[in-house]
Structure formats: structure tokens, C-alpha cells
Design a protein around this ligand. Structure first.
Ligand SMILES: O=C(O)C[C@H](O)C(=O)O
Length: 510
């Protein structure tokens, strides 16, 4: 039995906890390099500004050891467990992994956001420590345990797709059909992970697993495809970028930085295909345990970060939220850059649901929304003297069903990320209010604009409580103006046409 490797419980817990802390503030270098190249190549001004914010935020997080995004994800741990390895523990593997998650998310110097809700169909109670994680194990020959740890953001996971295709169906066509319905809530530019084959559940796993591979589309294009799968990756990559969606859906050249594919044999009757996007926060790490102790990932060289230092647009309009009027809101035009100062309320999914339920029961609301702006956000808790932790926007589209109810309460502006649905845009125009967009994936940068923060209602909802933030020069873009002009439909259409007519992607993709 001398060739059995013993993995101690402590080694596994420490390694998982270390990896989760690490990926909360260090982007993978392959992503940062690819995003830096996308920044250089980008011609869409709004998309370029968004990429600059993401890159600047990334460096700030790497230096400050605070999360890249307020959504610090749901933890996925994927084991390739060597068959000669023994876990020295009396607890189930799930419990051991979850102990690592608990420690990482409650780290006193870099507390991460607890986003996991138990009883998802009914009471949706926050478990407060981000457990449980999603664990998968594959037994393989060998004396080591290979571990992929990922913390997957909710916005990108929400846009996952699956189809049991007929054997003759075209995969590229299916991907292109899905992209418009995915909008910008998955925070492009990111990656698409695609699984082909297996069974329904295995196909989804392949898609998720494929996202663990480093970005290498540049190298692949340079050497040319050597298999059908590599050719398919390139075909999908080119076709998706030609859609002009761009960073944050603002119209531009970079929607995806890579497309990954894993396949598995499948039944003759079908062709399962799954697609899972990875957002701009793209948190994942890989390490190996060989019984010699825990794995601690080495800090990356910060000189590898592109030298991009985002600054607010000098032409941005300054807005005093404490004296906001319908006339001021009406004067904004789609695409305007604003710097917001003054007091704003926050609220996201759970708060909106509760407000609606209270109104339906005729109960008095704890907050007066008249003349106010609401920011769709669930911030990270502050540490070490911070006012608030990273606090970037959540996907506004999920709040569409509550928009008319909220506007009836007298709101003048909403701030979030990604597009609003057709009906919500119609309501925004009817009430002559505005939807403003902050950059998803720039949460630490955005939080620097927040000077005071206090919970004003629904404290039991944790990060989903209603806060009042006092902000100074918070950067946003007018995404839907009071006339219903919508950046998220106008800009990608314009860039799709430009890309096709002017061959804009050819030099970049060659
Ligand atoms: O939960 C969040 O804060 C954001 C979410 O990941 C989203 O992208 O909508």
C-alpha cells in the first residue's frame, strides 16, 4: 500500500480556501492578456470605455486583494481524483469542500459575498456562507488529485442554454440564434463554453468544464485549425464577434475572447448541445494535490496587466441626485456619459419582490421612492474601514417585471447593467424616466464612488437589502432615455453593419 497518496482534510480545505480567495481578486493572466488586446483593437468608443473600466478594476483588485465583481459566484469544484489517492476524513467530500468555501467567503480581510439561497423554489433563504458548492468527481488513474475551482457569476450562469438537437442540425446556427436572447447580462467580453454530445446532464458538464481551459484563440488562429472541433471553435468565434454586440452590449468588435468546446459520444437519435458563457470576471484556478501539503497559488506578476488607467470622460455631465427633476432626466440622451453625485437607493430581486407583495397587501412601504434613483446592486460587505465592498451593477433585465410598479411609486431613474426588455423600454418612455448603465465587472472601481452606505429597509435580505448610498462622481451611461431610445438595440445594430461593410474584424482576427 506504499503507493497510496494520503490527502488530508486540512490540505484540501486550505487549498480550496486559498484558491477561492485568489480567484476573487486575480484575473487569470490569459484573460487579462486577451482583454488587453481587445482593448487595443476596439473601435466602439462606449465598448472601449467599458473594457478600460474592467482592466482598471482588475488591476485595483489585484493590488488591493478585493473582489473583481460584487457577485463572487457559486463555487464549482471539479476533481480528477487519482485512484491511488485516499482522503483522510470521516466527513463526506462535499462537507470538506464546503468547509473550504466557508473559510474563503468569511475571510476577515477579504470577505466575499454570500449569494447562495437554500429552498430555491420557495423561501429562498441566504445560507450566509456561500455553501453548498457544486462538486463533481471523476476517478482517473494516478497518485495525484487535480482540482479545478471556479466561482461562477449568476449573470452569466443565467444565460446557459441547452438543446437536444436533431443529428442534422447546425451548431453554429443554433449558437447565433441564442446570442441575441442572451443579451449583455452575461457581461461580455467573455468566453463561450460549449458541450456537444453525451446525455443532457453530461453535455452541460462538458460546457462548464471547457471554460476551465486557458484562452488560446489567438494562437489557434495563428497556426490554423487541426481538427473539426478547432475549426468549429473558430467559426463560432468569428460569427459571434461579427454580431457587433461588444463589451457590455454597447456595440463593438469584441463580444467573445474565445470559444471552448468539449465533446463526448452520444446516442444516434440526437445531438445534445450546451452553451455556458463565462463573464468578464472569469474566476477559475487549477492546482494539484500530491499528498505533500496544501497548494498555495503563486501571486501573478502585476506588470503583466495592460497599462490602462480608466478616467471619467471629461465631457461627462455631472448630475446632482439630491435635486433630480423630471426635466433633468428628460434632457439626457441615450449614450450620454453621466457622473452621479448625491443619494441613491438600492434594491434588487428580493427587495422588488417584497415591495410588490407589500403593495398587493396594502401595506405601507418603509422607503419613499419619489424623485429618487435606484441602483440594482447587491454589494460585498465592507472590510477594514471600507464604506462598502465592491458594488457593481446587477442585471437590470430581471427587474423588468417590477418596472411599472416602481415607476408608479415615483422613481425617476434606474441604474443597472445589461439591456431592458421591449416592454420595460416602453414603460420607461411612457413614464419619461431613464435607465442608466454602470459597467458590470468593474465593481471595485464603482465602489470607490460610494462615500456613505447604510441599510434603510429589509435588513434580513442580506446583500439584497435596500441601502442608501451617497455617491460622488459615479460613472454611468444613459442606456434608455426618456424617449425610449435604447443603446442596447441601437449600438449593436450599428456595429454589426459597420463590421460587415468595412471588414473591421479582418485585421484583428487574421
Ligand atoms: O448578483 C450580482 O450581483 C450580479 C449578477 O451576477 C448578474 O450579473 O446579474
Amino acid at each position: 500500500m506504499s503507493d497510496i497518496t494520503t490527502i488530508t482534510e486540512d490540505d484540501l480545505i486550505d487549498s480550496i480556501s486559498d484558491a477561492l480567495q485568489y480567484i476573487s481578486y486575480y484575473h487569470p493572466l490569459d484573460y487579462i492578456t486577451a482583454l488587453g488586446e481587445a482593448y487595443e483593437a476596439e473601435q466602439g468608443p462606449a465598448a472601449k470605455d467599458a473594457i478600460a473600466q474592467i482592466l482598471t478594476n482588475s488591476r485595483m483588485c489585484a493590488e488591493g486583494h478585493r473582489p473583481i465583481c460584487q457577485d463572487t459566484g457559486i463555487v464549482n469544484v471539479m476533481f480528477k481524483w487519482g485512484q491511488n489517492c485516499h482522503l483522510d476524513s470521516q466527513r463526506p467530500l462535499q462537507d470538506v469542500v464546503d468547509e473550504g468555501v466557508r473559510r474563503a467567503y468569511n475571510h476577515p480581510e477579504n470577505k466575499l459575498r454570500a449569494s447562495i439561497l437554500a429552498d430555491p423554489a420557495f423561501t429562498r433563504r441566504n445560507t450566509r456562507d456561500n455553501t453548498p458548492s457544486v462538486v463533481s468527481v471523476e476517478m482517473v488513474p494516478g497518485n495525484t488529485v487535480e482540482i479545478d475551482v471556479a466561482a461562477k457569476g449568476g449573470g452569466s450562469e443565467n444565460k446557459s442554454k441547452f438543446k437536444m438537437m436533431n443529428p442534422s442540425d447546425n451548431i453554429v446556427e443554433w449558437v447565433l440564434e441564442q446570442l441575441p436572447s442572451m443579451g449583455a447580462g452575461w457581461c461580455p467580453p467573455g468566453m463561450l463554453g460549449i458541450g456537444i454530445g453525451g446525455t443532457a446532464e453530461h453535455c452541460m458538464k462538458l460546457a462548464k468544464q471547457s471554460l476551465m481551459d486557458p484562452i488560446d484563440m489567438g494562437q489557434l488562429k495563428a497556426r490554423g485549425p487541426q481538427s473539426d472541433i478547432e475549426k468549429l471553435r473558430i467559426d463560432i468565434f468569428d460569427a459571434v464577434n461579427a454580431m457587433g454586440i461588444g463589451a457590455q452590449g454597447l456595440g463593438g468588435l469584441s463580444t467573445v475572447l474565445d470559444v471552448k468546446i468539449l465533446d463526448w459520444p452520444c446516442h444516434a437519435a440526437g445531438k445534445p448541445v450546451a452553451m455556458i458563457p463565462n463573464c468578464a470576471a472569469t474566476r477559475h484556478a487549477h492546482f494539484t494535490l500530491d499528498g505533500s501539503g496544501p497548494s498555495y497559488l503563486p501571486a501573478p506578476d502585476l506588470d503583466a496587466w495592460p497599462k490602462v488607467n480608466w478616467q471619467p470622460d471629461a465631457a461627462a455631465k455631472r448630475v446632482d441626485l439630491d435635486h433630480l427633476t423630471p426635466e433633468i432626466v428628460n434632457s439626457w440622451e441615450d449614450g450620454d456619459r453621466l457622473l452621479l453625485s448625491g443619494k441613491m437607493l438600492t434594491g434588487r430581486d428580493a427587495a422588488h419582490k417584497r415591495i410588490k407583495e407589500m403593495l398587493d397587501k396594502g401595506e405601507e412601504l418603509p422607503v419613499d421612492f419619489r424623485g429618487r434613483a435606484i441602483y440594482y446592486v447587491g454589494p460585498v460587505d465592507p472590510v477594514m474601514g471600507e464604506v462598502v465592498g465592491p458594488a457593481g451593477p446587477t442585471t437590470a433585465t430581471r427587474m423588468d417585471v417590477f418596472t411599472e410598479t416602481m415607476l408608479d411609486l415615483g422613481l425617476l431613474a434606474m441604474i443597472g447593467k445589461a439591456e431592458r426588455g421591449h416592454d420595460a423600454v416602453e414603460v420607461i418612455a411612457r413614464y419619461k424616466v431613464a435607465y442608466l448603465m454602470a459597467t458590470g465587472g468593474a465593481a471595485y472601481l464603482v465602489s470607490r464612488a460610494i462615500k456613505e452606505s447604510k441599510v434603510v429597509a429589509f435588513e434580513d435580505l442580506g446583500m439584497e437589502a435596500i441601502y442608501e448610498f451617497t455617491v460622488q462622481d459615479m460613472p454611468v451611461t444613459v442606456a434608455v432615455d426618456a424617449r425610449g431610445n435604447n443603446v442596447h438595440t441601437l449600438a449593436p445594430a450599428k456595429w454589426r453593419k459597420k463590421i460587415a461593410e468595412e471588414g473591421l474584424l479582418e485585421p484583428y482576427l487574421a
